[in-house]
Design a protein around this ligand. Structure first.
Ligand SMILES: [Zn+2]
Length: 282
């Protein structure tokens, strides 16, 4: 069964949506319609809550997509072809065809994502300050917070989050070896993943079931990706494969399916606001 479908193309990049994204979409809309808007702005008609909720959710997912496009457009400028962008249950992923050629190039591709989210946060902050309808102010405030969370959560220094990739770029520059840098960066990623899983379990024990489960899922997913990247770096190193002077990966050194690197933006905000039953934990 096909689990992803192509939503369209932006700058020639196929944008795919995984079926499991609909679960997140439903949860975000529900959170906004039944939680955020009625609590922050009581007294509206129910149609207004639905319109505001659906509209805000659309901008929320556009923000995730723009974060990934930030990575993708920078990759293209750096001469690294982009295969696709996938939006899925835990956020977005930009698949690029091969590793960036240098640590500097990796840094620029990675930082572009959080910078895009920060710019969006500034934009929505400005919009929230404008005099106008309460709905516009409410949605702008929500989107300001979401983009701030997207920027800072992704900057946490655990690979494969953007912060972990920045750490790898620094270690790569410092140590001169891509595989060694990856091994160290993925170690912080595994630590971060364990911390997230434990925090998620703690949230669940404290009664925030959906929020906690979400954090456990994000932690488990990040741990899996970090572990795969780590195994790879070890296999490459053990096999004596390395990069040439320009840093390009030698063509025979990595099997095809592992050549696509992924930039992820997990979005931990919505579970913490998942529905009125957990809103006291926000
Ligand atoms: Zn990112």
């Amino acid at each position: 069964m096909r689990t992803t479908f192509e939503w369209g193309r932006i700058s020639g990049i196929p944008v795919r949506v995984h079926l499991n994204w609909f679960l997140t979409a439903g949860l975000v809309i529900w959170t906004l319609v039944a939680g955020y808007y009625p609590q922050e702005y009581p007294g509206w008609e129910s149609t207004a809550y639905w319109l505001a909720g659906a509209g805000t959710a659309m901008f929320f997912f556009s923000s995730v997509l723009l974060h990934e496009l930030g990575h993708a457009w920078t990759a293209q400028r750096e001469g690294v072809p982009v295969q696709s962008i996938t939006i899925f249950i835990l956020g977005g992923v930009a698949h690029i065809q091969h590793e960036p050629p240098t640590p500097q190039s990796e840094f620029r591709i990675v930082i572009a994502g959080p910078l895009t989210s920060l710019l969006l946060a500034v934009f929505f902050f400005g919009l929230a300050l404008l005099p106008g309808s309460p709905a516009l102010q409410a949605s702008s405030t929500y989107l300001f917070r979401i983009n701030l969370v997207l920027a800072f959560f992704n900057l946490l220094p655990g690979f494969p989050l953007d912060g972990g990739r920045i750490l790898r770029a620094f270690l790569w520059k410092l140590l001169g070896r891509f595989e060694t840098a990856t091994r160290w960066a993925t170690l912080t990623g595994l630590g971060m993943a364990a911390l997230l899983v434990l925090s998620g379990i703690a949230f669940m024990a404290l009664g925030n079931l959906i929020g906690g489960l979400w954090v456990v899922l994000i932690g488990g997913y990040l741990g899996m990706v970090a572990n795969t990247a780590r195994t790879h770096a070890e296999l490459n190193q053990a096999a004596g494969h390395s990069r040439d002077e320009r840093g390009a990966l030698q063509p025979e050194s990595v099997p095809d399916e592992f050549q696509s690197q992924m930039f992820r933006s997990a979005s931990p905000e919505e579970p913490r606001q998942a529905g009125p039953w957990s809103s006291e934990n926000v």
